[in-house]
Design a protein around this ligand. Structure first.
Ligand code: GDD
Ligand code: MG
Length: 341
């Protein structure tokens, strides 16, 4: 079976971290989020990576891991539907399509069996949330059949609280619904069309945990949730020297946290130095950064390679002092959340 992993897009909501690396390679407990996904797939699944941003970095990572992956780079971003269509030549039967920015406990074997038992054309995983306006929302009948789907509705227009959890099991015939070589949204265009034609479209409510890792707060939550599930309050990569205090913190490789420094509810990437007496709370600090002595950072995202001055006080901000990389958009493209009103 093939799994098309949707790994394109700039990940603008996670900038500046995504200025220097693609979203699927952002680490969760020191392992790229996409690797968590690939490792959860049934054995022998052929992974087709649908990318368009920093492809080589992703390819290189999996090459180094010794996990054969087929890289299918789009000539330009084709959207979630267009990218799936672009993988058509590799599909030889029932297949999976997976958002790469999700961390979940989806049991793929049961998910695929549910799809087969229902003789569905398409099955999507579902998860209940409060903030429905940020997702695709499904109207689900008691037997699991989905009778309407609306992407990022206004809150009052949402048909339920069950959202698209970003994993699909599809029959190859779904590809016939997607026009080739075009920007196409699976969620805005293809799902409503399949449902509108009365085809068998099902929803599979997943159990356990589900985290959308698309924003800094949820990215941090993903790290903290996995720590909690593993019953640890800190994770420290090899070669790191910790003299200060860590509380609910994930520290990458070859970092240094000096005496009397405190790092809580935060993630430090590789080669980060936190100097004496600095305090970090709810922060993500990119690779190779230095946080000066006695600095205070609260709810701050620091891009790779930045230096925070001694005694700096920063709150609710992102740090990036160099120009935005060429070609990187200044806001989310694709399916942004509608203005509420
Ligand atoms: N190859 C490729 N090409 N991948 C893309 C493209 C593209 O042009 N655009 C987006 N992707 C990938 C992203 O990397 C991500 O893994 C996935 O497609 C979904 O795109 P996002 O931009 O993250 O969408 P979203 O988070 O706003 O909404 C999606 O996910 C929600 C669950 O987290 C939708 O599928 C919603 O319906 C869903 O509820
Ligand atoms: Mg997303």
């Amino acid at each position: 079976m093939q799994a098309v992993v949707l790994a394109g897009g700039f990940g603008t909501r996670l900038a500046p971290l995504t200025y220097t690396r693609p979203k699927p390679l952002l680490p969760i407990l020191n392992k790229p989020m996409m690797q968590h996904l690939v490792e959860a797939l049934p054995p022998h699944t052929q992974v087709i990576l649908a990318t368009n941003y920093k492809t080589q970095m992703i390819e290189e990572h999996f090459r180094q891991m010794g996990r054969p992956i087929l890289v299918n780079e789009e000539p330009r971003p084709l959207g979630t539907g267009g990218a799936t269509k672009f993988a058509e030549d590799y599909i030889d039967g029932t297949f999976l399509v997976l958002n790469s920015d999700i961390l979940s406990s989806l049991n793929f074997r049961r998910f695929i069996q549910f799809h087969r038992d229902n003789k569905a054309l398409a099955t999507i995983s579902l998860w209940p949330v409060e903030n429905v306006q940020e997702f695709g929302v499904a109207d689900v009948q008691p037997d699991g059949r989905i009778t309407s789907f609306v992407e990022k509705p206004r809150r009052e227009d949402a048909p339920s609280n069950l959202i698209n959890a970003g994993a699909y099991c599809l029959e190859p015939e779904v590809l016939d619904y997607i026009p080739p070589d075009k920007m196409v949204s699976m969620e805005q265009e293809i799902f409503p069309k399949i449902i509108g034609e009365g085809r068998r479209f099902y929803g599979y409510p997943l159990e356990g945990f589900w985290i959308d890792v698309g924003r800094p707060a949820s990215y941090l939550k993903a790290n903290l949730t996995l720590m909690k599930r593993r019953d640890v309050s800190q994770v420290v990569g090899t070669g790191s020297r910790i003299s200060g205090q860590l509380h609910q913190a994930c520290v990458g490789r070859d970092c240094m946290v000096a005496e009397e420094a405190q790092v809580s509810s935060s993630v430090l990437y590789d080669r980060v130095t936190v100097e004496e007496g600095a305090r970090l709370d709810i922060c993500i600090v990119g690779e190779g950064c230095t946080v000066g002595s006695h600095a205070r950072l609260s709810n701050v995202v620091v891009g790779d390679g930045e230096t925070i001055d001694d005694d700096a006080h920063l709150e609710n901000t992102a740090v990036w002092t160099r120009p935005r990389p060429e070609g990187y958009p200044d806001r989310q493209i694709g399916n942004p959340v509608k203005e509420q009103g």
